[in-house]
Write a protein that binds this ligand. Structure first.
Ligand code: AMP
Ligand code: GLY
Length: 422
């Protein structure tokens, strides 16, 4: 079978590794992939956002199955275009991807169908937004409505910070068109949980839960990033919480999307906060999380391609989706300065002993050397019987990965370990 995988980060590297476990898979064309995938995929120099380029490649090559992984091409409608070429795909179509593409749409959906989330208001007028901040007071959360590479969320402990955040969106154009409409939300507190789910629009199967660490610096300080590390399973996500989430959030969301005429097929990502009033949705994504995927997929014991094909063919209820009972921890090795300005072009070295634990993201090849080319350069995942051990192993393995001006958080998993004491 010849597969086409759209995307080129660490998350897609984890998908590639899992696809390779299926002997049916002959070719994996990764568009664009990255040279860290090595022999596991054929990387083709076509950007994930170049929809015309991807479709031209798909027309000219015998693609049996396509997986569209990142948010941008999903929201731009790549799945619709590939399906129009007769290629079966994993991933939601454009109408369903709107659940991530527009926070205003997602919040409206939750409001309409009574799905628990933070109270909010949507603004496209600066004066009204400023007046609202005066009226309700801090703390508040200001969010750009559109896609912003995971960076469009500003936590504002004071009213001044909230005003500044609204101006950054609507006056300074910090997030371009994505910030012209912004949301102002109630600030919620509680442990965070990510639950990735497979759904074919009829059945929903949750994967093992995880906890991302979105802030750049230790102790959850610094700016929001795409994610600096992750653990699974998330100890705050007990069986009881899982049951509540299934009844009040997961199934109602699938049902709501069906009622809106936007059936969702693919990986639906639930970013949740476990508040004193119960679990609430912080965000939906229309895709696998990064770096959540780098801890979740290594724990998947069933065959990924079989599950994906079942999603596409709407027979998810007929396949096994089993996860190991082990714990996993992944740590992101980033370029110093990320998520703001950083230097690239430094040689990357990874010892052979840990190579199979590394998922490459921001790297490029120059004269047979791997060089840094992005903010998040690679992730290292380790697993063990307990979370404690998995964290220790991941931090030992990361010592075998090097490049100049590398940066990583030292406290991935510590918040989860506290669950044992609470
Ligand atoms: P998002 O990109 O929407 O997931 O937001 C990024 C991060 O900002 C989340 O993982 C939370 O840590 C934080 N966050 C978002 N919305 C809220 C909220 N309403 N209250 C408190 N924290 C939030
Ligand atoms: N790690 C957060 C995300 O993928 O959106």
């Amino acid at each position: 079978m010849n597969t086409l995988l759209v995307g080129g980060g660490g998350r897609e590297h984890a998908i590639v590794r899992k696809l390779r476990e299926n002997p049916k898979v002959r070719t994996i064309w990764a568009l664009p992939g990255n040279p860290g995938y090595g022999m596991d995929a054929d990387c083709i120099d076509i950007s994930a956002e170049d929809l015309d380029g991807v479709c031209e490649f798909a027309r000219e090559n015998p693609v049996d199955y396509a997986i569209v992984s990142p948010d941008d091409p999903l929201v731009m409608g790549l799945v619709d275009r590939l399906e129009a070429l007769g290629i079966p795909c994993f991933g939601p179509n454009k109408a369903a991807a709107e659940i991530e593409g527009s926070k205003a749409f997602a919040k409206g959906l939750m409001e309409k169908y009574g799905i628990p989330t933070a109270k909010f208001k949507v603004f496209d007028d600066l004066d009204k937004a400023l007046a609202f901040i005066d009226q309700v007071g801090a703390p508040l959360v200001v969010k750009a409505s559109g896609l912003a590479k995971g960076k469009g969320v500003m936590i504002c402990p004071t009213e001044d910070e909230a005003r500044e955040a609204v101006r950054a969106c609507m006056v300074e154009g910090k997030f371009g068109k994505s910030g012209e409409t912004c949301l102002i939300e109630e600030f919620l507190e509680g442990p965070e949980v990510t639950v990735l789910t497979f759904t074919d629009g009829k059945t929903l199967v949750p994967m093992v839960s995880s906890m991302d660490h979105k802030r750049a610096l230790d102790g959850d300080k610094g700016l929001n990033t795409g994610g600096m590390g992750c653990i699974a399973p998330n100890p705050y996500y007990t069986d009881e919480v899982a049951k509540t989430c299934m009844e009040t959030i997961f199934l109602p969301t699938v049902e709501a999307m069906n009622k809106e005429g936007r059936p969702f097929k693919g990986c639906l990502y639930f970013g949740l906060m476990l508040t004193k009033e119960g679990p609430k949705v912080i965000e939906y994504n229309c895709r696998f999380g990064d770096p959540e995927t780098q801890v979740v997929l290594p724990l998947l014991e069933s065959d990924l391609l079989t599950i994906m094909e079942a999603v596409t063919e709407e027979r998810l209820d007929q396949v096994d989706v089993n996860f190991s009972k082990d714990a996993a921890c992944c740590v992101v090795l980033a370029s110093e300065g990320y998520p703001q300005a950083y230097q690239t072009g430094y040689p990357v070295t990874v010892s052979d002993e840990v190579l199979d634990k590394v998922h490459f993201a921001g790297v490029r090849l120059e004269r047979e050397s791997l060089l840094t080319s992005g903010g998040r350069v690679l992730t290292v995942t380790d697993r063990a019987k307990t979370l404690d051990q998995a964290i220790k192993k991941a931090y030992r393995s990361i010592q075998d990965c090097h490049f100049d001006h590398a940066y990583y958080r030292k406290d991935i998993g510590q918040e989860a370990l506290k669950a044992r004491l609470s």
